[in-house]
Ligand binder design. Structure first.
Ligand code: SF4
Length: 153
C-alpha cells in the first residue's frame, strides 16, 4: 500500500481517507479526527440519503472522499485509515469517523489496532461511534479497545 501523503494543511491522506492533525472545536477542545468515504456507512439509516455528512462544508469534503473511493473496498479503506492514523503524533485526543464507519469485524479490528497504537504514544484518548454495532462483534474492537464506543442509532 502507498504511504499516506501529507497535504498542505499538514493532514494525512490516501484515496477515500483523510486524517486531520488538529481541529479546533469549542465543545471538545483540539482533537485529531478521521474522515472516510461513506461507502463504509452500510448500517446507517441515512446511507444513500442526505445526512450530516453530505451538507455544507462537511459535504464538500465527504463527496470528494466518496469519489476517490469508488473502487475501494471497506477493508482497503480501513487499512488506509489505519496508515494515516499511524502518522499522527498522538499528543491530543482522537475522534474517528466524522464521516464513515467500520462495517465489518475485520475493518473494526484494523482501525481499532491503529487507535490502540495512537493511545499508546502519549496516553491520549481515542474513540469513535459506529452504526455497525448490530453486526460487528465487540471483540473486533468495541470490547478489546475501550475507544470503540457504541452508538444506538
Ligand atoms: S454514518 Fe454519518 S456520514 Fe455516514 S451515512 Fe450515516 S450520517 Fe452520513
Amino acid at each position: 500500500m502507498k504511504k499516506p501523503t501529507r497535504n498542505t494543511g499538514g493532514n494525512w491522506t490516501l484515496p477515500g481517507v483523510v486524517v486531520v492533525r488538529k481541529v479546533k472545536n469549542a465543545k471538545t477542545g483540539p482533537m485529531a479526527c478521521s474522515w472516510v468515504a461513506r461507502s463504509t456507512c452500510r448500517q446507517c439509516p441515512f446511507t444513500g440519503s442526505p445526512c450530516y455528512g453530505s451538507s455544507g462544508n462537511c459535504g464538500l469534503h465527504a463527496r470528494r472522499l466518496d469519489e476517490q473511493a469508488k473502487r475501494s473496498s471497506a477493508i482497503t479503506l480501513a487499512r488506509r485509515e489505519a496508515a494515516c492514523i499511524d502518522m499522527l503524533p498522538g499528543t491530543i485526543p482522537f475522534r474517528g469517523h466524522i464521516v464513515g464507519d467500520c462495517p465489518t469485524d475485520e475493518t473494526a479490528r484494523i482501525v481499532s489496532a491503529a487507535m490502540e497504537r495512537y493511545m499508546a504514544k502519549h496516553d491520549q484518548p481515542a474513540y469513535l461511534y459506529t452504526h455497525s454495532w448490530r453486526t460487528v462483534a465487540r471483540v473486533s474492537g468495541q470490547y478489546q479497545c475501550p475507544c470503540f464506543v457504541r452508538n444506538g442509532a
